[in-house]
Design a protein around this ligand. Structure first.
Ligand SMILES: Nc1nc2c(ncn2[C@@H]2O[C@H](COP(=O)(O)OP(=O)(O)OP(=O)(O)O)[C@@H](O)[C@H]2O)c(=O)[nH]1
Ligand SMILES: [Mg+2]
Length: 325
């Protein structure tokens, strides 16, 4: 546990808008999730709202470059932006992060921008916890827009559509045919599609996506638009950014935003309850020492008994949980 006055001081500086205090608080929450309660308690009266955009797509399609280009536009409009980049391919939190850093150096010093990269492994309490907690801190910090960049759709530890209000799916030329896209579940999750690297072609990919969208039914009344960009030169980025704002307006005018916000919290509450249940059960049923004992006994005697030994833990246990009213 951090000393209370440490955290108090950081919170004060955070409330004064110091980016360095935001960075420290993120680090504390990532490494010592138990401190989250202490930290978030301080924001009880705050009710800041950020709009959350998810940018997803296969490795190397240009998500970071695009994020940089979109962010530049938002900063030019005087918006405060928080970025969270998740890189599941990097085993080290420093790895791909460095590359992202280099691509974004020209804007990363902007006073209205804050960015954080996360490796998919290594966050205590899990990746989805870290992403959520950082987004919550960004909201407390007064970000207008939060952009979450994550590889892939559906394979990540957390699903981007549980957190973001607008999901942008980024594709590239030569992505493959419509069937592959459908198999990858890509057509279901995007609110917006973008074919990046248009300098290398990609009209066929855009046409395929368009055709598939034409065949789909959109109950929300929003038909995902398809744009083409060159993230390096910025060509098409204006249109993509406009699409994001159009979708934002669409969800704001309907009930959708309310549902999305609720979904984001339902997802989080479930995760937190799972954590608590794990904690309680481990405490009541078996402690760490007993777990280790079962493991060593199995290793020393018969490793094939491991299943039985774990089952034995539950043998005759009466899990009598009373429901709170
Ligand atoms: N030709 C071309 N190259 C691009 C374009 N956009 C990005 N790139 C390049 O594609 C490579 C990958 O770009 P990133 O922005 O790192 O892609 P990413 O999707 O964030 O990559 P990961 O986070 O590693 O999955 C870099 O070398 C970029 O310079 C584009 O529009 N055209
Ligand atoms: Mg990236």
């Amino acid at each position: 546990m951090k000393k209370d006055n440490d955290i108090d001081d950081l919170i004060q500086r955070f409330k004064n808008g110091e980016k360095i205090a935001l960075a420290r608080l993120i680090t504390i929450i990532e490494n010592e999730p138990d401190n989250a309660v202490e930290i978030f308690k301080q924001f009880e009266t705050k009710n800041n709202e950020s709009y959350i955009v998810g940018i997803t797509g296969s490795p190397g399609v240009g998500k970071s470059t695009l994020t940089g280009a979109i962010t530049q536009k938002l900063l030019d409009d005087g918006k405060k932006v928080g970025i969270i980049s998740v890189d599941p391919t990097s085993p080290f939190s420093g790895g791909a992060f460095l590359g992202d850093r280099i691509r974004m150096t020209n804007i990363s010093l902007h006073p209205n921008l804050f960015m954080r990269s996360l490796a998919s492994r290594g966050s205590k309490g899990g990746l989805s916890r870290a992403v959520f907690d950082i987004s919550l801190l960004y909201e407390a910090f007064g970000m207008d827009m939060i952009i979450i960049e994550t590889v892939g759709a559906g394979q990540s530890e957390f699903e981007i559509y549980n957190l973001a209000y607008t999901v942008v799916v980024v594709l590239v030329p030569g992505y493959g045919d419509a069937i592959q896209m459908q198999k990858a579940g890509i057509i279901e999750i995007g609110d917006i599609y973008d074919v990046n690297k248009k300098d290398l072609g990609g009209e066929d990919v855009a046409a395929h996506v368009g055709m598939m969208l034409d065949d789909s039914v959109f109950q929300s009344g929003w038909r995902p638009p398809v744009s083409m960009t060159n993230a390096i030169t910025g060509e098409g980025v204006e249109e993509l950014t406009q699409n994001i704002f159009d979708h934002k307006e669409h969800v704001e005018l309907s009930e959708e935003l309310k549902n999305k916000k609720k979904n984001r919290f339902v997802y989080k509450v479930k995760a937190l309850i799972h954590e608590k249940i794990d904690e309680i059960l481990l405490e009541k049923l078996v402690n760490q020492q007993q777990i280790e004992k079962i493991a060593t006994t199995a290793l020393e005697n018969s490793k094939f008994k491991i299943y039985k030994s774990v089952n034995d833990v539950f043998d005759g246990v009466n899990i009598d949980i009373e429901k709170k009213e």
